[in-house]
Ligand binder design. Structure first.
Ligand SMILES: Nc1ncnc2c1ncn2[C@@H]1O[C@H](COP(=O)(O)OP(=O)(O)OP(=O)(O)O)[C@@H](O)[C@H]1O
Ligand SMILES: [Mg+2]
Length: 594
């Protein structure tokens, strides 16, 4: 089963494949990429020229010719300033120019993954924590940005610069300087990489502790009502406190290991610098090098090691980013269990006849939910499905919507197998008022508009009237602009159901399904809504699922479901005269309510 476990991706290996994945999305902006690379090269050139200018300034100054004292150093100083400025400004231009490329790639990939994930089947979504999924996408997108910024424009150019400087040292000052630099850089990089890998365990532990504390606090705060009902504030605080202690401990290890990394890096840099300076000082004393050369070497070393300072962090983040990007792309490889056949035709609704032919279905292999079920709902007929909780009534609806495919048998609408037509056209044809209505955290008006995004305001008001929402909305200070809260929690169950009904009215589908559509309403509202529903479903094929049998006595036919099998069917009268299961249910409910 697919599931989401917390994992820190930094553990994985450097993964070059990621560039292959991202590359195609960058290609739209060839000109910008070329311009960015030109800026990069020019700024590196400016950067490398800096120490040379410095050397010349120092040398001219220390030679101290009377006339050169004014003119030459001034020119050199200005040139030096210009080089520094060019380096900075070219770097900025490069980032600005390339930023657009990165952002476009990020939005394009993000949108693509978002669309793809919405196309995946229900099973995928049920098995995956939504928070985890959106975090995967977000991390992947941020990974792209990080990779571009740090790898393409930081690490790679720095490596090139190192090679250049080693070359310069070798040709100008001989093997010793080049060798020390090379040795120091290699040692530095190896040390940083190894220490970072070693630290990963601590970083991961800290990240996990971080995630645990936030999960605990979110879960606890989300359930604030339950916490109050059971007066478990203290218990919750203790749980949170324990998690925080773990977090502190993990952070401590993380911090200490960082100290180790930074100390080691500092040591390598200092030893390398000291030996280079020593060597250079000796040469200056001998007279084989000028003071300017001494300054030049010093300047180069400083320039080289500053970007390397972040190497440990960048190395880990780049590995993490690469893994995150790959992780996000791997979502694109997932395919839905429920797929359209190639060139799936649209469902053509003529009569709206629904038939289940020997349908069997299970969610898990070890438990059958629907067993060999066959029935037909004729055009314009209203069929009720009743049965105990867990009998499989809502599952029938999910099968009809093709959220799942039956394990055996088939379902067809107007003679077309639902698995042979496009899911879009199938779902467009069916309207549902579901058992648990979940609303978007938007206004009531926008939530109703969801039934048909192109509907006019007039049509929406009409739907509001039909769903008997008018009076309720009139009581609200902000009317239909009232925002309903996360998942619609600021509305009562009955109000949510009426919003769902209005939404379905707006969709105007040929086939209607009501899954306990009025279960949260009081008898009076229920009656008025039922009559409204009757109006809407007039002439439509409809399936009504209900516990309260009084709401389905007028159905053309009632199907009694028991553990996924149909045990009886017929009209209310016929079923009563059978004196079977329906009769039992009916008399039991009469006893309770009457
Ligand atoms: N995604 C799922 N994975 C595994 N089992 C599931 C899943 N969805 C539902 N079930 C199980 O399938 C059985 C039938 O569920 P269904 O929702 O169809 O019942 P129902 O008849 O609509 O019940 P109720 O009247 O309470 O709404 C239940 O026992 C439920 O636990
Ligand atoms: Mg149900």
């Amino acid at each position: 089963m697919r599931s989401y476990d917390y994992s820190d991706n930094a553990e994985q290996k450097i993964n070059w494949k990621v560039f292959q994945l991202v590359w195609p999305y960058l290609l739209d902006y060839k000109a910008r990429i070329v311009l960015a690379i030109v800026c990069l090269v020019l700024s590196k050139a400016a950067n490398v020229s800096g120490p040379f200018l410095l050397k010349n300034i120092v040398d001219t100054l220390s030679e101290g010719g009377a006339n050169s004292l004014i003119l030459v150093p001034v020119a050199l100083v200005i040139a030096y300033g210009f080089a520094r400025f060019s380096m900075i400004i070219l770097g900025e231009i490069r980032d600005t120019v390339f930023g657009r490329v990165t952002e476009r790639a990020m939005t394009e990939i993000g949108l693509k993954v978002f669309k793809h994930v919405h196309r995946l089947d229900l099973d995928f979504h049920l098995n995956r924590r939504t928070g985890g999924l959106s975090r995967d996408i977000e991390r992947g997108i941020n990974g792209i940005s990080f990779l571009m910024r740090f790898f393409v424009f930081n690490i790679a150019p720095t490596l090139i610069e190192i090679a250049l400087v080693i070359g310069i040292f070798f040709f100008n000052y001989g093997i010793a300087f080049a060798a020390i630099t090379m040795f120091a850089v290699v040692l530095y990089i190896l040390f940083s990489m190894m220490t970072t890998d070693w630290r990963t365990a601590f970083v991961r532990e800290a990240a996990r502790a971080d995630s645990v504390t936030s999960t605990i606090s979110i879960d606890s705060l989300l359930n604030h009502e339950t916490v109050k009902y059971f007066t478990n504030e203290e218990y919750e605080a203790n749980r949170y406190d324990r998690a925080l202690l773990d977090w502190e401990e993990a952070k401590r290890k993380n911090r200490l290991s960082l100290l180790g990394l930074n100390t080691g890096q500092g040591l390598i840099i200092s030893v390398a610098m000291t030996s280079m300076m020593w060597l250079a000082a000796e040469r200056v004393a001998e007279g084989s090098m000028s003071v300017g050369d001494f300054v030049l070497i010093n300047a180069f070393m400083m320039q080289l090691f500053i970007p390397l300072n972040f190497l440990g962090f960048v190395y880990r983040e780049i590995k993490g980013s690469m893994a995150n990007i790959e992780n996000m792309f791997s979502l694109l490889d997932l395919t839905s269990g429920v797929k359209d056949i190639t060139d799936a035709p649209e469902l053509q609704i003529t009569e709206g006849v629904i038939s289940f032919n020997q349908v069997s279905f299970h969610y898990r292999d070890d438990r059958a939910i629907i067993r060999d079920l066959s029935f037909t709902i004729q055009s314009g007929e209203k069929v009720a499905v009743v049965g105990a909780s867990g009998a499989g009534k809502s599952t029938l609806v999910k099968l009809l919507f093709r959220f799942y495919d039956p394990n055996a048998g088939s379902i067809s609408i107007d003679g077309q197998d639902v698995s042979q037509v496009s899911q879009q056209s199938l779902r467009r044809a069916i309207g549902i008022v579901p058992q648990d209505t979940v609303l978007f955290n938007q206004s009531i008006f926008e939530n109703i508009r969801y039934g048909d995004p192109h509907a006019s305001d007039e049509e929406i008001l009409q739907a509001i009237r039909l769903a008997h929402l008018e009076d309720f909305i009139a009581q609200l200070p902000q009317g239909s602009a009232t925002v309903v809260g996360e998942r619609g929690l600021k509305l009562s169950g009955g109000e949510k159901q009426r919003v769902a009904i209005a939404r379905t009215i707006l969709k105007r589908p040929p086939i209607l399904i009501f899954d306990e559509a009025t279960s949260s309403l009081d008898s009076k509202s229920e009656r008025s809504i039922l009559s409204a529903l009757q109006e809407i479903s007039e002439g439509h094929t409809s399936m009504v699922i209900a516990h309260r049998l009084s709401t389905v006595v007028d159905a053309d036919r009632i199907i009694v479901l028991d553990q996924g099998s149909m045990v009886e069917q017929g009209s209310h009268r016929e079923l009563l005269s059978l004196k079977g299961r329906y009769f039992e249910l009916w008399t039991a409910q009469l006893r309770d309510h009457g």
